[in-house]
Write a protein that binds this ligand. Structure first.
Ligand SMILES: Nc1ncnc2c1ncn2[C@@H]1O[C@H](COP(=O)(O)OP(=O)(O)OP(=O)(O)O)[C@@H](O)[C@H]1O
Ligand SMILES: [Mg+2]
Length: 244
């Protein structure tokens, strides 16, 4: 059953004379529990697509559904709730807060979670431990290696146990050994049920995924054959949308 549905997604940046069509007419479906790679040349539109999937960047037109939620029909506030509840993000540049410790960085997504301090600490420590980071809880980001930062970023992305993990070139700055370690972590998380969408330039990383969405000049090249073309007449909202 499809869990994520993208229908006729378009995104244009700019205005007037300088419009860039970053993605055009993208359609795909992703089942719950899939591990999907997104590949394509620099400038192809991969990060744009991922940011749309992350409820961080409204498409110019088209539909984006997760579960029974029509994401861009939600208010800004509901989108923020959706991000918190449904999504984990791993960015290429880690985005760790430099003046917070490793543990405090992983506690960040739990700020709005209704749970006691002890419970949150336990969740954060468990996520870090699952990334092999016991003993590094109280270091600052500049006191750990690049590969460790990456794993802190992953721990932070999964601490809330979101159903969907979005990762934009998560191993872009890592050596081969650490890259394989991170990919094995992703595979493990995926086997435990998390749906993962990962942008990558690396054929080695792509091998860990179950299928690839290949993007060229904003268009999807190798479309999942089961995706049926939807008409260009617009996108129907489901009868009910719910805020996460
Ligand atoms: N905020 C923006 N304003 C204007 N143009 C943008 C913006 N963000 C991206 N673009 C343009 O949209 C196109 C797609 O960019 P995007 O960042 O999605 O590519 P990408 O596939 O992630 O590339 P890379 O592999 O280099 O990260 C590019 O032509 C880019 O210049
Ligand atoms: Mg990018």
């Amino acid at each position: 059953m499809s869990y994520i549905i993208a229908e006729n997604l378009f995104k244009e940046y700019g205005n007037g004379d300088s419009i860039v069509a970053a993605i055009s007419n993208i359609n795909f479906k992703i089942a719950s529990g899939e591990f999907v790679g997104v590949m394509g040349e620099s400038g192809a539109g991969k990060s744009t697509l991922l940011s749309i999937m992350g409820a961080m960047n409204s498409p110019t037109s088209g539909g984006y559904i997760v579960g029974d939620i029509d994401v861009y029909a939600l208010s800004q506030e509901q989108q923020a709730d959706f991000r918190r509840e449904f999504l984990g993000f791993v960015f290429q540049s880690y985005h760790l807060v430099s003046y917070l410790t490793v543990l405090e960085n992983v506690l960040l997504p739990l700020t709005t979670v209704k749970a006691g301090r002890k419970k949150k600490q336990a969740m954060a420590k468990e996520a870090l431990a699952s990334m092999g980071l016991d003993g590094k809880f109280h270091r600052l980001p500049n006191q750990i290696s690049g590969g460790e930062k990456e794993r802190v970023a992953i721990a932070r992305a999964i601490v809330n146990d979101p159903p969907v993990l979005l990762a934009d070139e998560p191993t872009g700055n890592l050596d081969t050994k650490t890259t394989h370690e991170v990919m094995e972590l992703f595979q493990r998380i995926n086997k435990e049920g998390m749906t993962i969408i990962m942008v990558t330039h690396s054929a080695e990383c792509a091998e860990y995924t179950q299928r690839i969405l290949r993007i060229c000049d904003g268009r999807l090249l190798e479309e999942d054959k089961s995706v049926k073309k939807v008409s260009a007449q617009g996108f129907k909202k489901p009868p009910e949308t719910k805020a996460a």
